[in-house]
Write a protein that binds this ligand. Sequence first.
Ligand SMILES: Nc1ncnc2c1ncn2[C@@H]1O[C@H](COP(=O)(O)OP(=O)(O)OP(=O)(O)O)[C@@H](O)[C@H]1O
Length: 340
Amino acid sequence: MSDPIIRFDKVGKTFRRGKTEIHALDDISLDIEPGEIFAFIGFSGAGKSTLVRLINGLEAPTEGTVTVHGHVLNDLPAKKIRELRGDIGMVFQQFNLLQSRTVYGNVAYPLELAGWSKRDIYDRITELLHFVGLTERAWAYPEELSGGQKQRVGIARALATRPSILLADEATSALDPDTTRDVLALLRKANDELGTTVVVITHEMDVVRSLADRVAVLDAGRLVEHGTVRDIFTAPEADATRRIVGATLDIEPDPEQAEQLEAAHTGRIVTVTANPGENLGVVLGNVGRTGVGLEFVHGGVTRIKDDDLTTFTLNLTGPTDAVDGVVAELAQIATVKEVA
Ligand SMILES: Nc1ncnc2c1ncn2[C@@H]1O[C@H](COP(=O)(O)OP(=O)(O)OP(=O)(O)O)[C@@H](O)[C@H]1O
């Protein structure tokens, strides 16, 4: 196995505010391998931003070491840290584009700082804008772009100097789901086609699910769990992971979805979650004979740890007694929650 591109070894970071100590990170040990897409996930305040700042050397750990490309950052002089930072492209939640520059000018910026010639800058930007699909928008200003386009510019700028690491800090948190999908596809493309190691910081498990190879879960500054995304999804062990995974699976309608379901359907809407080992099909298969109309309006089957978690929201229509009968039967083998 190759050497890790980023290594955290017993890393801690304590901020001191007057007499108060804030342990933003505590005893983090972890390797990120070259060429992988690695995600850090955690709720607000978990320590994600602090972690990013340790990777790009903007903060130094108070305990342990952070190693990037074999260099222990703690030991490096500022100049060398700046050089290493040049090998790390950053993508931000709020895009951080220069409003007074065009798309071209924004992407050119890091190349100008690195002392590239005008000709080389032109060639590189042509290539980059093609890569992110913004060739037509080269002369537009940020205010003329959609959020997704702005983030494409952000990614082109981050990739401009051909960094081997791309750090994406909540890169899709300000975007709608469709645009998020496009931006995630672009990050995946950078990883696939350019071999860039992508480190993603996010609070959205959906981002992890559709993008990352491996994931680490941070909770209150501690690394509570890490592994392949598949393992973490199917067998979340830590409490924080369960909360994050549960919030993402979307097997139960949230209040907004419940309202929409209520508006769209006339029947009694219930969410049923099969008890372990029970098969909803046994009851649902017989519903037709009771004269009750049955429509699946939400839910699905997800494997969690060693069990299937089967949760469906049903719209049941027909005579009240018959619907009550079906619900009572379902309640024998499932947890039934009224939605509307
Ligand atoms: N410069 C600082 N001085 C004091 N405390 C800080 C500083 N930076 C971060 N913290 C504290 O460290 C903890 C972790 O913060 P951090 O911003 O890394 O979390 P986060 O997971 O990125 O959260 P969010 O998603 O809300 O940005 C928080 O309690 C925060 O208040």
